[in-house]
Design a protein around this ligand. Structure first.
Ligand code: SF4
Length: 71
C-alpha cells in the first residue's frame, strides 16, 4: 500500500449528501453504500495519484498521504 487515505467525517457530513469523490475517482476507491460514503480499501493500491478527489471535495475532507514520498 503506498497511500494513506483518511476522511474527516464531520467535514464530509458538512458537505451534505456529497459524492464528488465517487464520481471523479477513476479507479473506484470510493463508493456509496446505503447512502453513505465508503472507502474501498481493496482498491487503494490502484490509486494513480491524480488528486481529483482532493481537488473536487468541497470541504477538503480527504487527506491523501503519499507514503512513497516518505521513503
Ligand atoms: S488521487 Fe485519484 S485515483 Fe487516487 S483516490 Fe483520489 S481520485 Fe482516486
Amino acid at each position: 500500500m503506498f497511500i494513506n487515505l483518511e476522511i474527516d467525517w464531520p467535514k464530509h457530513v458538512a458537505a451534505g449528501p456529497c459524492k464528488r469523490c465517487v464520481e471523479v475517482c477513476p479507479v473506484d476507491i470510493f463508493r456509496m453504500a446505503d447512502g453513505k460514503l465508503e472507502v474501498v480499501a481493496d482498491n487503494e493500491d490502484e490509486c494513480i495519484l491524480c488528486d481529483m478527489c482532493l481537488v473536487q471535495c468541497p470541504t477538503r475532507a480527504i487527506t491523501l498521504r503519499k507514503l512513497y514520498e516518505a521513503l
